[in-house]
Design a protein around this ligand. Sequence first.
Ligand code: WTA
Length: 655
Amino acid sequence: MSEKNIESSLHEDRLFPPSDAFAKQANLSKSEYEKLVKKANTDFEGFWSDLANENLHWFKKWDKVLDWNEPFSKWFVNGKTNVSFNCLDRHLEKRGNKKALIWIGENEEKKELTYKELHEEVCKFSNVLINLGIKEKDRIIIYMPLVPEAVVAMLACTRIGAVHSVVFGGFSQEALADRINDSKAKLVITADGGYRRGQIVPLKINVDEALKKCTTVENVIVVGRINNNPQPSTINHQPLTFSWHELMSKSSAIHKATELDSEHPLFTLYTSGTTGKPKGILHSTAGYLLWATLTTKWIFDIKDSDIYWCSADIGWVTGHTYVVYGPLSNGATVLLYEGAPNFPDWGRFWKIINENKVSVFYTAPTAIRAFAKAGLDWVKKYDLSSLRLLGSVGEPINPEAWMWYHENIGNKKCPIVDTWWQTETGGIMISPLPGITSSKPGSATLPLPGIFVDIVDSEGKSTGPNEGGNLVIKKPWPSMLRTIWGDDERYRKTYWSHIKGSYFAGDGARRDKDGYYWVLGRIDDVIKVSGHRLSTMEVESSLVSHPSVAEAAVVGYPDDIKGEAICAFVTKKSNIKNDKTDEDLVKELKEHVTKEIGSIARPEKIHFTDALPKTRSGKIMRRLLRDIASGRQTTGDTTTLEDVNVLEKLREQEE
Ligand code: WTA
């Protein structure tokens, strides 16, 4: 969060209590909430045991609620369940003809699937996977646009016990190859393309390029999104390539969900940490599903009558927990929109809400700020009266954006749930409960029942009211990551070595006198660009892989729409004959990063410099670069700088 926003959030004292009308109909009432909190405080395992009993279908009950051997947890030990069964089969009797998915393509196409139809597709695709030789625990990469087939693919993996790893369609072939190799995936599921802002995203071409660097993939399945039935000749390469439609047309719709162990690996999702190498966050079956189910029910207040829309892509954790698993496990009707928020114009989201009578809407602050900037005329053209609840996720929402959302989208009547969580936490940890909690714009408010959060100093001591500190989680929770794929040691070091006995989230936060949490942003080298997580190291290593670059330092700086934008300081190699102008090289480097990682990592600003500010021991002082990139006065100590002149020179350049 920028200093301006921290400043305004420090002085924020407006309070928005839930209306009586909302409170009366809420899934979670105040008295139930109080009972839950009491139970969690007095009988932690009993609390989780009751919830798991009441909210999930089990083939076999567990012997033990929690096996905790810090930092490794096992939940609902020896229980047997299945995610796809919970999301589909258990609804068939009551909700078989209810819409499960309403899909809208960027070009206005529309497709709807009932629970019965979605179940049939998932069963068929499960058989497709089995016939291709996929076994339990095999890894499958899903690199697709937001089309119903992507949801079918995810659910089919969970049905047979294969481990999916969805790679965001905006990631480059390099990033895709890294993820395929790290997970040693056997199969890639993709499409011949996807639509984004009127352009075709060349997914299949990226897969072909990536596979040149991979050896584990045996098969590729291609959905015909652009051409209904992609000609085999255009998709014919080694390893074997199959058309989704052809395989599905021959597949049986009868499949019995596999009875899987509670701790069976469910999915990995790669996310940025403080190093250049993204880490595969591993989630497992029962605990993840339990928390996805409960948080969706409590926080989004899901009812059978709702049309629920979370605008995240399935390439992010929000798209896993709150597009697919949470809402489907609750039997909700889920809207999916394939395209960009401003295509063909800035009214697109409001038009979708109007035409489909969306009642619960969950999006990101960066989108809210962009809509606010585009102007109210786009909003006023549409009837948004179907909305009854709004949500926000991905980065701190500044009070101004919160108020704009509240007044113009929620028409001052919808509660806003500002939800704090992470890829690692699997589900929401801190959020208002819409029928209970009074909101303060910019605060994610209070931890949920069963979640024990604190703010501590570097010694692990709780901080006082409004004193900043590290956000930690003090007890294990069912949807916590189990490890980093293939790297238990990195898991321990990253999350469990900073503060003794607690999970270290990597965020800075403060707690006000009412106990409300205000998340201020990352305190490590992770930055959030339009709500997407990137590590500065990742962008740096991409820059130094360019032949003209000797050294690079990357920092985030505040941006009104994106939250943060990327600024790179680059020193050029002196021994390379360079006849390009600086302007050309800037363009080339931006393209290079886009090609290596994806357009979300493209630096906004690149400065060339002869030297970077370093300590005497050679460590780049990013704090100073952040000040320069943000146009701030240098704060804090500069005495450890090896050469103070470097700073002066950089400052002159920036002006
Ligand atoms: C940030 C996204 C403030 C935070 C679900 C966290 C937030 C990181 C909020 C995780 C929020 C997410 N208020 N900050 N409501 N929600 N964050 O893994 O810095 O993509 O650590 O998960 O996003 O990002 P990730």
